[in-house]
Design a protein around this ligand. Structure first.
Ligand code: PMP
Length: 350
């Protein structure tokens, strides 16, 4: 036995680059607009003396306002430090059996990292040629299911009917639907939590609420599942969200007008960008998210376009992975940023 034998070794998740210099940043699906002005006002009014104290471990203010906003009970809500924290807690809590947890082969690349770090057995199921789920793949024995809807990095949304079939036919395992991008064009599975006690629906404030830097995520589920999640959370770290984050999260969730305005703007910019990309010979499936997963025209490698864009100060995401290395994931920025992107792509495609 050596020192090394006692150490947990993992292949970590690789986040998108956060360059220090000023670039057009279309690589991590952040929101190009600032958070709600109500968030800024709330932060400016905080009582900084309260930083002496531990924050409210139950994050009552926040979970109550989330519950109120979505029309559920506070006991059906769990919040964490970004949806990464919420998802990680879900993996730790709900995937404790011997049977493999299943998720698509092309999806959020953190899922297999959590299964590895928590030593959870898992199997992936290949998406079809159109990057869609095959229902029969999820009707086999399993220890849990994770589906991002809309999916990342494909940007594709599944129907709620398909998701319900999966949830309904797997009553003995927890089905997690990761709705990080749902506000940009997919139907939510949230109402199904009243019908199925094996469903968890995960959300984030990082995308449609423009709060990636504040790190707030949350999920919904049956009261019993939420209690199990809290039991695990209180066994790992009782105080997750800090005092400013709890207050800012409440302000963000309550400003529906601003939320609708920025989501609407992003969708409009996405549609315009899709049309421009088509003119340049790029192909893509219609996006239900705040990014487009596009394939460059014949004769141009995605890796090459990625590097050329970078040389021009435009960062997008390239995954050197099987089945998707021929595409680029392009986050929707402001109209000006997308205009610059198209301008540079015109030069590259010549
Ligand atoms: N789920 C998916 C599908 C994502 O793409 C992301 C963003 N990287 C997350 C969850 C996590 O987002 P956050 O931790 O910022 O809430």
């Amino acid at each position: 036995m050596s020192l090394e034998d006692n150490i947990r070794k993992v292949e970590p998740y690789t986040p998108g680059e956060q360059p220090k210099s000023k670039v057009i940043k279309l690589n991590t699906n952040e929101c190009p607009y600032p958070p709600s002005p109500e968030v800024t006002k709330t932060l400016n009014r905080l009582d900084w003396n309260r930083l002496r104290l531990y924050p409210d471990h139950a994050m009552t203010e926040l979970t109550e306002s989330i519950a109120d906003h979505y029309g559920v009970k506070p006991s059906q809500v769990f919040a964490g430090v970004g949806s990464d924290d919420v998802l990680s807690m879900c993996f730790l809590t709900f995937f404790c059996g011997e049977k493999p947890v299943i998720f698509p082969d092309i999806t959020y690349s953190f899922y297999d990292v959590w299964t590895e770090v928590y030593r959870i057995p898992y199997e992936t199921r290949p998406l079809d040629e159109d990057f869609k789920i095959r229902l029969s793949d999820y009707l086999t024995e399993n220890g849990g299911i994770v589906i991002a809807n809309p999916n990342a990095p494909t940007g594709r949304a599944e129907s709620i009917e398909l998701l319900e079939e999966i949830i309904k036919n797997n009553r003995d395992s927890v089905v997690i639907i990761d709705e990080a991008y749902v506000d940009f064009g997919a139907e939510t599975a949230l109402p199904l939590i009243e019908k199925y006690d094996n469903l968890i629906v995960v959300r984030t404030m990082s995308k449609s609420r423009a709060m990636a830097g504040m790190r707030i995520g949350y999920c919904f589920g049956d009261e019993k599942l939420i209690k199990y999640l809290n039991d695990v959370k209180y066994s790992v770290n009782s105080y997750t969200l800090n005092y400013p984050a709890i207050a800012a999260g409440k302000a963000a969730i309550e400003d529906t007008g601003y939320f609708k305005e920025i989501v609407g703007r992003i969708i409009k910019t996405r549609e315009h960008t899709e049309a421009e990309l088509t003119k340049l010979g790029f192909t893509y499936f219609p996006s239900a998210t705040n990014f487009i997963f596009a394939k460059p025209p014949e004769g141009l490698e995605a890796s090459e376009v990625f590097l050329k864009l970078k040389e021009n100060g435009i960062y997008v995401r390239y995954f050197d992975k099987e089945r998707i290395s021929d595409r680029l994931r392009i986050t929707i920025g402001t109209d000006d940023e997308m205009h610059m992107l198209i301008h540079v792509l015109k030069e590259i495609t010549g």
